[in-house]
Design a protein. Structure first.
Length: 479
């Protein structure tokens, strides 16, 4: 995912506090938060300094977790008044996100090598954007200093007097009644977001709903009562489900006339509950000096140009066939809004890649991808696309890209039309900071390999809610 887009969506959703009088805002909010991990790997736009083919930073997960839980807490169905005592979180009756209706998947017939028309989106309810964009940069940039943002609101804004080691202050943004302060390390492997909103002490605070399995802990932030929870609704599913294993920690409390929510994502290994509470207790209304100035090094580092991924898939379908020297297969049916982008041919291996990208005018940040790889005349063990090999990460360099999967991966034998194939899900080998690679079995990525019509074929989808049966359906539609 493009890092600027990460900040865009984070800022836009953090401020989307819709009044309860609004009719179902979930479709509009979903359009804001349906972010894809695919831009880290095979998206249409990616940073020029993109790292190794299979190195996969966990930015997508930590950012999506923050985005999603902030968004959920903003929805009317995700907030409820506590009647007798103040509660900052409330447990739902189940782990399913409240108020969400499952959607059905539409399928669209495809013409080989022709970009499909995208479905005209339904009109969505509007979500108010940040209104301090004029001075603080666009709503995705959060360029204000602490002093600047304090001058724009009529409630007390607290800030960190010292920035946590290894982090930088990205900046602040907001609108009347709400402010967000964002901190990140330079590698963006974690994020700290402090959301503050005006609070009427005469009213009970709004309790943010969490899943039935969430463990809500009563804590003291300094000498003030607060609550802590770890986890988030997993927004990659059609009906989001609470997942306490997601590395997102949240603390909420009221300080004076300010309701404060602190979100810390991706940093559980270095900062646990007590550390986060102590950090939260250090927030101050006093001047914070340089700690409240946006970090110029961070801004410069993350302001690199994007490259159009169509440059990496420059061939038409017919051109790819000509270069590769064999007849390609393409899907005759795909989920709505997936459209052919282009093709590429590896002249050394003769592997052809066809890229299909999810394009939705109502949801421009969603960049899910379908990649189909094809190779003619597969030849057993030396065939790049013929099945998978299970082993350990130390064997990684012995195999072509994508062939080695973990011995712990759930490799399934499946029927694909008249062929027998292999199916596996998982992001793949993830590069850790200590140099050890680990297998990430997250359901976001699904891969299917099989042979048909003298071709070895891989169908690869980056989309969490695509099922095994649907991926097989795509494979069986190849012609």
């Amino acid at each position: 995912m493009n890092k600027q887009k990460i900040r865009t969506t984070l800022q836009q959703t953090a401020e989307a506090l819709a009044p309860a009088s609004k009719i179902d805002l979930w479709p509009a909010l979903k359009a804001k938060i349906s972010l894809s991990r695919s831009r880290q790997m095979e998206g249409l736009k990616m940073k020029k300094n993109f790292s190794p083919k299979w190195a996969f930073k966990p930015t997508y997960a930590i950012t999506l977790a923050v985005i999603f839980v902030v968004a959920v807490f903003a929805l009317p169905q995700g907030r409820a008044f506590a009647q007798q005592i103040w509660h900052f979180f409330s447990q739902g009756d189940s782990n399913m996100m409240p108020g969400i209706t499952p959607s059905t998947r539409d399928w669209v017939e495809q013409t080989p090598g022709v970009a499909a028309e995208t479905v005209t989106p339904e009109a969505l309810p509007a979500i108010t954007e940040m209104t301090f964009a004029g001075d603080c940069g666009a709503s995705n940039e959060a360029q204000c200093s602490v002093d600047q943002i304090r001058a724009k609101v009529d409630f007390s804004v607290l800030a960190l007097p010292q920035i946590p080691a290894g982090m930088a202050f990205v900046g602040a943004n907001g609108k009347p009644g709400l402010v967000t302060l964002t901190y990140m390390p330079y590698d963006q492997r974690s994020s700290l977001v402090i959301q503050e909103e005006a609070f009427d002490p005469a009213a009970a605070p709004l309790a943010a709903q969490v899943g039935a399995d969430a463990e809500i802990k009563q804590v003291k932030v300094g000498d003030l009562d607060g609550e802590y929870v770890k986890g988030s609704y997993n927004g990659n599913y059609d009906v989001p489900v609470w997942d306490s294993s997601i590395d997102l920690q949240t603390v909420r409390w009221v300080q004076g006339e300010t309701l404060i929510t602190v979100y810390l994502a991706g940093a559980a290994d270095s900062m646990g509950m007590e550390d986060l509470i102590n950090l939260s207790a250090s927030l101050t209304e006093k001047a914070v000096g340089l700690a409240g100035q946006p970090d110029k090094v961070f801004a410069a580092q993350n302001n690199t140009d994007s490259v159009d991924f169509a440059q990496l898939y420059p061939l038409s379908f017919n051109e790819a066939e000509t270069v590769a020297g064999f007849k390609l297969l393409s899907p005759s049916e795909l989920p709505a809004n997936f459209s052919f982008v282009g093709a590429s041919v590896d002249l050394n291996t003769k592997v052809v890649k066809l890229l299909y990208n999810y394009q939705d005018a109502s949801n421009p940040d969603a960049q899910f991808n379908l990649i189909i790889r094809e190779l003619a005349n597969p030849n057993g063990e030396d065939c790049i696309l013929c099945g998978f090999v299970q082993g350990s990460w130390e064997m990684f360099s012995q195999y072509p890209e994508g062939k080695l999967i973990s011995s712990d991966a759930n490799l399934e034998t499946v029927q694909v039309g008249s062929s027998i194939g292999q199916y596996v899900q998982g992001i793949g080998w993830v590069s850790k900071t200590d140099g050890v690679w680990q297998w990430d079995s997250s359901a976001f990525r699904k891969r299917l390999r099989f042979e048909q019509a003298g071709l070895a074929i891989e169908v690869w989808m980056d989309k969490e809610d695509i099922t095994q049966a649907e991926l097989i359906h795509i494979a069986e539609s190849l012609q």
